[in-house]
Design a protein around this ligand. Structure first.
Ligand SMILES: [Zn+2]
Ligand SMILES: [Zn+2]
Length: 344
């Protein structure tokens, strides 16, 4: 089969690669479209230790069922499907609780690290366990389905934040996850949702996608004052941090009201400075949010119904053969590309 393989850090080869072998509980899928994730771009230079070459990356994909293992479940050849990028075991204590993102034996598709190598979907074919396969709703395109993973991440974070009708929210960082989180907060019924980012283009997109007001980080040195001025001096109910550095986590804590909640989704830095007293004395609840746990079906529904819009986030849909070039452009980050989708 044809595949795009990371053969060395920063080096790709598009060409023939052995087709994956189907296990008894697995489904073989012909990949129709696969999105490039930020974690692929950050990982391709070796800095994360999660894309050790050689590896076929790619975990945000959709396609059609080609072959079904005898113990993989009732999937039909030709069925249009997507799949959870977290390959969970289905039998550990976390899986039993539905917290599949915390599975003791968790593997992520298209990732290779010290513990495992799991080839992904930048290829004509991919195999995944039947338990992670999810059918596509009628009318949803393969390209739209590529957004199910980041959308599920946003829905999971908003669910953990217990954000709901009448509340106010702030999203710091308007990358793909931030832009989807803004929409997820709105879909949850939040009354006002604010956003902040360095990129004016992304903030423009945030407004288009439902943010009520946006604050360019460069020209808003005192985000806290702006937010307090709009919330009777209190702060927002929920702040979602989708960057992961000291300054933005601190800003999220600053902007939330007493007793409010701060969701930590971004994790660029391993360690950060932490405004301990502000959190303790104002009884702020902080929580981490990683991947998703069962939000895929809802993510597909929200996209199919247009409550979460993904088309404006599609920067390019191009053949897989051009993949190396698009990875380079995303890595250089000179353009405001949000999501690039490759078609094998
Ligand atoms: Zn991803
Ligand atoms: Zn498990």
């Amino acid at each position: 089969m044809k595949a795009l393989t990371l053969t060395a850090y920063q080096e790709f080869c598009f060409g023939e690669s052995p087709a994956p072998v189907l296990g008894v509980d697995e489904v073989l899928i012909r990949v129709a479209a696969c999105g490039i994730c930020g974690s692929d771009v950050h990982g391709m230079d070796g800095s994360t230790g999660r894309r050790v070459p050689p590896i076929i990356m790619g975990h945000e994909a959709a396609g059609t069922v080609v072959e079904v293992g005898p113990e993989a479940g009732a999937w039909a050849v030709g069925q249009r499907v997507t799949f959870d990028s977290t390959l969970y075991c289905g039998s550990c204590a976390f899986c039993a609780e539905g917290k599949v993102n915390l599975c003791a034996d968790r593997r992520v598709l298209g990732v290779s690290c010290a513990e495992y190598r799991q080839h992904g979907a930048f290829a004509e074919y991919v195999v995944v366990p039947g338990r992670v396969v999810i059918p596509l709703p009628e009318g949803l395109s393969f390209e739209q389905a590529c957004f199910v993973e980041p959308t599920a991440v946003a829905l999971h974070a908003v669910h953990r934040a217990q954000a709901g009708p009448g509340q106010t929210g702030l999203v710091i960082g308007a990358g793909i996850i931030g832009l989807l989180t803004i929409q997820a907060l709105k879909a949850a019924g939040c009354r006002r949702v604010y956003a902040s980012d360095l990129s004016e283009a992304r903030l423009q997109l945030a407004l288009e996608l439902g943010a009520d007001e946006v604050f360019p980080a460069r020209s808003t040195p005192h985000l806290k004052e702006e937010i307090l001025a709009r919330s009777a001096g209190q702060g927002v109910d929920v702040a979602m941090e989708a960057v992961g550095i000291s300054a933005t986590v601190e800003a999220a804590i600053d902007c939330v009201r007493k007793g409010g909640r701060v969701g930590l989704i971004g994790n660029l830095a391993q360690n950060i400075a932490f405004p301990l007293q502000s959190v303790v004395t104002r009884e702020i609840s902080l929580f981490g949010s990683c991947a998703s746990a069962g939000e895929y079906p809802r993510a597909l529904e929200e996209i199919a119904a247009g409550r979460i819009r993904v088309e404006p986030l599609m920067s390019a849909v191009r053949p897989l053969a051009e993949g190396a070039d698009w990875f380079r452009r995303l890595y250089e980050a000179k353009e405001d590309l949000i999501k690039v989708i490759l078609r094998p």
